[in-house]
Design a protein around this ligand. Sequence first.
Ligand SMILES: C[S@@+](CC[C@H](N)C(=O)[O-])C[C@H]1O[C@@H](n2cnc3c(N)ncnc32)[C@H](O)[C@@H]1O
Length: 345
Amino acid sequence: MRRDATLLWALRSPCSFACKYCYFGTTEEHKLAPPSAPGVLSHLSRSDVPADQLKAFARTLAGSAITRVVIAGGEPLDWPTTLELISLIKEAGCQVVIATNGVPLTRPGMAYRLIDLGVDGVSVSLDSADPHTNDQLRPSRSGRFGHGTVLDGIHTLLAARGEQHAPRVGIYTVVMRERPQEITDMAQLAEHLGVDYYVPQPISLAPDHALFTKLTHRAEDAPAVAEQLDLLYARPSRLALPDPSYTRRFVAAVSTQESGEVANCFGGTRLYFAQPDGSIWDCPSDRKIAATRPEERRTLRDADARTLFAAPPVCTDCSHFGRDCVNMWPLVLDMPRLLAAETVR
Ligand SMILES: C[S@@+](CC[C@H](N)C(=O)[O-])C[C@H]1O[C@@H](n2cnc3c(N)ncnc32)[C@H](O)[C@@H]1O
């Protein structure tokens, strides 16, 4: 069995943050009109797979094509069962990377637990070097947590790790049209904090999203984004970044609202996406999900990862390239360099 695939696993729907641009939509909207279309996510979902079924599935990862599991959500570290699942996934011989809003890292013992479990990477989301701007974009529901809490979480994890190699700690930043300079400002903050890797990623919103016009790049924004990315890659830095080819895809995605074609796409061969309700897709691209025929839909409920991900590569030329695809390269092809002990730029 080849073992070269990444599973991006949105484990749980709830989140203590209420980012207005989130892939999961907003609870305000969903209280009025719960989404029902396949693949559409909601923090209010009532169909998350029960813990015992998730654990049974995690046990089948050993001997499957999955070599890396990126655990996201919702907020995965607010659910105690996530730690049990991490343990099972590590026992199955997979790398584990966690995407978190960073707040749970401030809880007593959490950082040491992640280190003891052998977690390979922790990607913390932060959208602005400016606390006020960040907290407007990424407000906590309670109003009690924000930029400062997230920095505390990063400091706590780095201090607990000490001289050990793992987990590598990174920052993920969603780049929006109003502030291209955040690309380099956040790199400076990341370096100052002493994290290991940094991934700026373009915002991805459906054209009918309320914030599409305000936040989504237009073709005329591409030069400013390209300039910032050039500066980021030109600066001497110890931060690991995605391969420089990432900048080409980033600029291509913000330059056009249109779709594109990806030859030899890894979606469905080296990348799979699992949703909290157990749905399994080739990748998280909303265009690809929408194009999946009902008879092709799959679930991890009562499934065995060894058969679920055993499909031999078929035609992988995908005509559904969109801006949400860009964020997949760092998860699949770039992750080895982001998790490397030394910067490989
Ligand atoms: C959905 S969150 C889940 C994991 C965790 N709660 C966190 O905050 O990182 C995963 C990542 O997706 C990013 N994200 C959410 N909605 C997005 C969008 N519309 N476009 C681009 N990135 C988005 C978040 O900022 C975060 O970095």
